[in-house]
Design a protein around this ligand. Sequence first.
Ligand SMILES: CC(C)(COP(=O)(O)OP(=O)(O)OC[C@H]1O[C@@H](n2cnc3c(N)ncnc32)[C@H](O)[C@@H]1OP(=O)(O)O)[C@@H](O)C(=O)NCCC(=O)NCCS
Length: 205
Amino acid sequence: MSQFFHMLFGTGSQFRPVPGSPKAQVAIRAYRSSDENVCRDLYRLNEQGRFPPDYEPDFVRTLRRNDYLKVIAEENMTIVGVGAVCLVKFLRRALLAFGMVHPQWHRRGVGTALLLARAAALPEPSPRWTLVLSTLSGSRSFYERFGFTKYGQHRDKIRGSRFDDHYAHLNRDAWTECHRAAAHLGIAATSLPDVPQMNIKNNGP
Ligand SMILES: CC(C)(COP(=O)(O)OP(=O)(O)OC[C@H]1O[C@@H](n2cnc3c(N)ncnc32)[C@H](O)[C@@H]1OP(=O)(O)O)[C@@H](O)C(=O)NCCC(=O)NCCS
């Protein structure tokens, strides 16, 4: 049966919180508008070879949207990563966007901390959330560690870029485990604001 069917009906891939071995002392907090320039720098440092040249405005738009929870990872008061999440409650979906880590901090546990914190910040699943995200290149194997499976592909009709779409189901046990794993990393995800409901009207170009 197709992965698209599994994504829709809640069968198939389950989210596995993999705490990993943190090599960074990361603190997670909510994004503030004053973080925008540093986050743009993170984007530009990661841009080459990963994102098409004209996607920075999409990234900035997501940072400015108040229907996404944006989380910041800091080490010693330095911003080293950012990620966003929002909910589409009637579809029981949580959309993860722009998980991004400063290249000098890659493979030190920051991306994992950002992912676990966003999953743990979701309301308790009843019975599940379907986590959905799109990747352009390079990060697929990172997300596969957590159980994400590709269910399709979509094309940006204006700019032509192709994105791979992935899903993983987050049930109550995995969500509880995310809290444990986040706490293990010293992250109190409960101190983050609630994950907002997506405002579809904000999805235009
Ligand atoms: C993808 C990304 C967020 C991962 O964050 P990270 O902090 O490097 O990842 P972590 O240290 O938490 O986990 C690393 C582990 O994931 C796995 N992994 C697989 N592919 C990976 C990849 N492309 N990048 C990083 N880790 C990867 C490895 O097992 C690695 O562990 P190891 O170093 O012991 O082998 C980060 O590399 C990044 O910002 N990439 C550029 C931007 C991007 O592509 N974002 C995704 C947009 S959809």
